[in-house]
Design a protein around this ligand. Structure first.
Ligand code: F0G
Length: 457
């Protein structure tokens, strides 16, 4: 078998620039040691997120030129609607400006004060939209997900026992739905198997609780199913994705991931009543229901992107690149979440920097060290991101304290991956000299990691 090679060639390039360590130290200080505050020009390789940072294809750029900007009933909406219906099987579509806007609209209909929403490690904006409504997200992810060395092939799976306990503990009226995030970003870009989705559906049916998907990376999830789940190897990505969606009644989508566009999102669902109610919230928060905060041309590019993202050759090159980086780090002895996730490599900062106490934010400390070393911007998925408990206001210490290296789609080459791995190895080689973390100077009430101000401890 030949090795994989990218199923594309590069038609346009964007310059990026290296800096000196002294410059970076100064910039980081001025950024209050929060990497979100850096200018992109101060970053050489940007692994902050894989969200909205990918490269569009020539077909997508072509579609931009033929977008229909009509306020109501635009052709580009029709095209997007048809594409989403083909991929998901869901009848109704409401575009939104991005994924969290889809959450805002849908949860405005479904989530009430005192509700609980079980699922597999809800993403932070998702949890934010639940908690801001005085409801609770309950994490039912399998325990294997929290052991980075456990090589379970579907570490995004929901633990049926934990889920059933939620169903038995709370009255049905308090559980508006169960949310399955595919792939599960917060547990390391880890997939959920079809078998698990089916079992979650069967269990939830018994309690008459519907399932929704947070489907930001649904195509990457389908790729893992094809590669890892028995009996799925001969099916297409589109067939697998459609079966997955058949276990739920609707989805929220951040199109900035597997939509292969720079901005956008949507809700797709089957229930006419919920669609009507959500339409009202779309009009209030986003825009008329056939554009919901998106330009017509952006909907046109998204329709093309969704089809490209569900092609096997694209997914193989995308996920193999992430794996390539992960395997280099493993080769250097660096502790990472295994198996390597779909969109990112997650470094275990507790294993990497054992000298930093959890009160001093080891993952943020590591992310800052990697930036100072080589101008690579990563992101903390640890205590800062976990926020304080909304009631006790105490720090919540998550089971894992991770640094995420999120790889933008179709953007960097494997030379960049080699550079990243070498830089992180340098930091790893001098890990024992890193003995001080950070303290919070200022933080916001919710989603504090975006704006937190830090100082050296
Ligand atoms: N759900 C998941 C699983 C996500 O990863 C994200 C965003 C969202 C919902 C919200 O979508 O950003 O379009 O509003 N994740 C980005 C990230 C920000 O870096 O992982 P959005």
């Amino acid at each position: 078998k030949l090795p994989y090679a990218e199923p594309f060639r590069i038609k346009m390039v964007e310059e990026i620039h290296q800096s000196t360590r002294a410059e970076r130290e100064n910039w980081l200080k001025n950024a209050d040691y929060n990497l979100f505050n850096l200018k992109s020009s101060q970053v050489f390789i940007d692994l902050l997120t894989d969200s909205g940072t990918g490269a569009m294809s020539d077909q997508q750029w072509g579609a931009l030129m033929t977008g229909d900007e009509s306020y109501a009933g635009s052709r580009s909406f029709e095209k997007l609607h048809e594409t989403v219906r083909n991929i998901s099987g869901y009848k109704y579509l409401l575009p939104t400006h991005q994924g969290r806007a889809a959450e805002n609209v849908l949860f405005s209909v479904l989530v009430k004060d005192g509700d609980v929403i079980p699922g597999n490690s809800h993403f932070d904006t998702t949890k934010g939209h639940i908690e801001i409504r005085k409801a609770h997200a309950i994490d039912c992810t399998i325990d294997e997900a929290f052991d980075i060395n456990d090589t379970h092939l579907f570490k995004g799976n929901i633990d049926l026992k934990k889920l059933e306990e939620v169903y038995n503990t709370y009255p049905k009226e308090k559980i508006p739905f169960c949310l399955i995030t595919i792939t599960c970003n917060s547990s390391g870009g880890q997939p959920v198997s079809l078998e698990n989705m089916k079992a979650v559906k069967e269990l939830s049916d018994r309690y008459r609780i519907p399932i929704y998907f947070d489907s930001a990376r649904f195509a990457e999830n389908a790729y893992f199913i094809k590669m890892r789940e028995k009996g799925q190897e001969n099916r297409t990505i589109k067939e697998i994705a459609k079966e997955a969606f058949s276990y739920g009644v609707g989805m929220t989508m951040s199109s900035k991931k597997d939509g292969l566009v720079n901005i956008g999102g949507f809700i797709a669902l089957n229930d006419a009543e919920i669609f009507k109610k959500a339409s009202n919230f779309t009009i209030i928060f986003e825009g008329f229901i056939t554009y919901g905060g998106m330009a017509g041309r952006d909907m046109a590019a998204l329709a093309v992107g969704l089809n490209e993202a569900t092609e096997f050759e694209y997914l193989e090159s995308r996920i193999s690149q992430v794996e390539y980086l992960g395997n280099k780090l493993i080769e250097y002895g660096i502790p990472v979440q295994k198996p390597i996730g779909g969109h990112a490599v997650f470094i275990d900062s507790l294993g990497f920097l054992p000298n930093i106490s959890r009160e001093e934010f080891p993952a943020q400390t590591l992310a800052n060290e990697i930036y100072k070393e080589a101008g690579i911007r990563t992101v903390e998925i640890g205590t800062l991101l976990a926020d304080r408990d909304p009631e006790t206001r105490e720090n919540r210490y998550p089971k894992l304290e991770l640094v995420r290296l999120a790889i933008p789609r179709r953007t960097y080459t494997n030379n960049h991956m080699d550079y990243i791995a070498a830089a992180i190895k340098n930091v790893y080689d001098r890990r024992n000299e890193i003995t001080k973390g950070y303290k919070i100077v200022w933080e916001s009430e919710i989603l504090r990691h975006f704006t937190v101000q830090l100082k050296e401890a």
